[in-house]
Design a binder for this molecule. Structure first.
Ligand SMILES: O=C(O)C1=C[C@@H](OP(=O)(O)O)[C@@H](O)[C@H](O)C1
Ligand SMILES: C=C(OP(=O)(O)O)C(=O)O
Length: 474
């Protein structure tokens, strides 16, 4: 399959695109023995987007170390440059946490009209969060993206941002390309999230920054709270009230006070638990493996997969627990063994929403049945992840059933057959998940297109091969 990347002609992407062209897109993972070693997870994608955005909305200089150097985050950087932020990447290979990034912000409400269409590649987080920034600036802008992003629903941010005063003109269902006619006279709202989505919550809070008064998001189910944590770090007043009676367990009211003076800060981005998940599952399903992934964010609102893997009997220790940049971090020490099937509680979904594809691989290698429910949101990701996972499992001889919002995988405890070719549909998590299956299956597993991996995990194959995997161009 040839990717419609939609990014090739834009200078900020040239480097990433050229590096992709160096590889054949089709990859294969061959059965591997036990995995061993110590590696570092790449920077957290969610936190990296936010570090750039808040740095752009702050006055003065923000420095960031540990930023994810993946295409999605580069798309955010390019869009913020187009709005007037100065963002520079100093390739000094900092000893502890990677290169330095410097951001000179334009301040809340201080962005300028972009001269061209904002090209956001494959990145839903860029599109949803930037919608909040753009709608609260008094100019017109247009966002577009690759074929995957152009299919994804934007109505979820358009609806609340329209209530605040923004205007939007998109394709059917509010899909990209999307024109945004913004205003600096937004009205504050109180908005109850109809879907558990940190992107929608963040878009509203970002718009609330350039809005007089108090903007409140009511969140019935807790979702990742990086926006709230980082907004406070930059000096905004953010109030979070737990409201269990009104909203069910974990419900919250989150209020941001408009027109704060955000000031440049120093940020260290921890490793991404959603990326670490691939190495963790690969080690957990290869008996005899002993792998440590250093510096992984273990914010409880992101750590649902690790709880689930432990329920399945995985031996995962959180070592050297500490705080990095206001987020809890640990080194994950994983020993391989035989997992067992479990029921995954549906209320755990928001804390592991991006991890279901790799959990399905763990389930395929486990002994017994794993039931995953409450997965409707998986259909709105880079691909319809329920359908992509089901097709991939089918191609590799794994018995399973898919419902509208659930997936039941029957593992036998023996290695799955493998031998399939998996369609990745521009979805990095599908690509990486099925490569992990190939390490544990009887026959190699191929994927049609490895290039989407660059969106969130540059260097994935090298890192996994360093642990003993056998991933190569097909
Ligand atoms: O806020 C974020 O950074 C993200 C939130 C989640 O999306 P939703 O808000 O759509 O659940 C997640 O799937 C995505 O990878 C990143
Ligand atoms: C859903 C994801 O990202 P985004 O929504 O930013 O495209 C993901 O990384 O799995």
């Amino acid at each position: 399959m040839v990717r419609d990347r939609g990014v090739a002609f834009l200078p900020p992407f040239r480097e990433a695109v050229l590096s992709l062209r160096a590889h054949s897109a089709k990859l294969v993972a061959r059965p591997a023995g036990r995995l061993q070693g110590r590696v570092c997870a790449p920077g957290d994608k969610s936190i990296s987007h936010r570090a750039l955005m808040f740095g752009a909305l702050a006055l003065g200089e923000t420095t960031v170390r540990g930023l994810l150097d993946g295409e999605d985050v580069l798309a955010t950087a390019a869009a913020l440059r187009a709005l007037g932020a100065e963002i520079t990447h100093v390739r000094d290979g900092g000893p502890l946490s990677g290169d330095l990034w410097r951001i000179r912000g334009f301040g809340v409400g201080g962005g300028r009209e972009p001269a061209d269409v904002l090209e956001l590649g494959n990145s839903g987080t860029s599109a949803r969060l930037l919608a909040g920034i753009l709608a609260s600036h008094p100019f017109t802008s247009i966002m577009t993206g690759d074929a995957s992003l152009r299919r994804r629903p934007m109505h979820r941010v358009i609806e609340p941002l329209t209530r605040m005063g923004g205007r939007f003109e998109g394709r059917e269902g509010g899909r990209l390309p999307l024109a945004i006619v913004g205003t600096d006279e937004m009205v504050p709202i109180e908005y109850r999230l109809p879907v558990a989505s940190a992107q929608v919550k963040s878009a509203i809070l970002l718009a609330g920054l350039n809005t007089a008064g108090e903007t409140t998001v009511v969140e019935p189910e807790p979702t990742r709270d990086h926006t709230e944590r980082m907004l406070r770090h930059f000096g905004a007043e953010v109030r979070v009230v737990l409201a269990p009676g009104e909203l069910g367990d974990g419900g919250k009211r989150i209020t941001v006070v408009g027109w704060p003076e955000l000031l440049g800060r120093d940020i260290v981005v921890p490793g991404d638990p959603s990326s670490a998940a691939f190495a963790v599952v690969a080690a957990a399903i290869r008996p005899g493996s002993d792998v440590t992934i250093e510096n992984v964010g273990v914010n409880p609102l992101r750590a649902g997969l690790y709880q689930t893997l432990r329920d399945m009997g995985a031996d995962i220790a959180f070592e050297n627990e500490r705080e990095v940049g206001g987020e809890p971090v640990a080194d994950l020490h994983v020993k391989g063994g035989v997992l067992k099937g479990v029921e995954v509680p549906p209320e755990r979904a928001p804390s592991m929403i991006d991890e279901y594809p790799i959990l399905a691989i763990a389930a395929a290698c486990a002994k017994g049945t794993t039931r995953m429910q409450g997965l409707a949101e998986l259909r709105a990701k880079e691909s319809d992840r329920l359908a992509s996972v089901s097709a991939g499992l089918f191609a590799n001889g794994v018995k399973h059933e898919m419902g509208l919002a659930d997936l039941v995988v029957h593992g036998t405890g023996a290695p799955p057959a493998g031998g399939g070719l998996v369609a990745t549909h521009l979805d990095h998590r599908i690509a990486m998940s099925f490569l992990v299956l190939g390490l544990a299956a009887r026959e190699p597993v191929a994927i049609d297109d490895g290039s989407p991996i660059e969106t969130s995990f540059p260097g994935f194959a090298q890192l996994m091969n360093g642990l003993g995997a056998r991933i190569e161009a097909a």
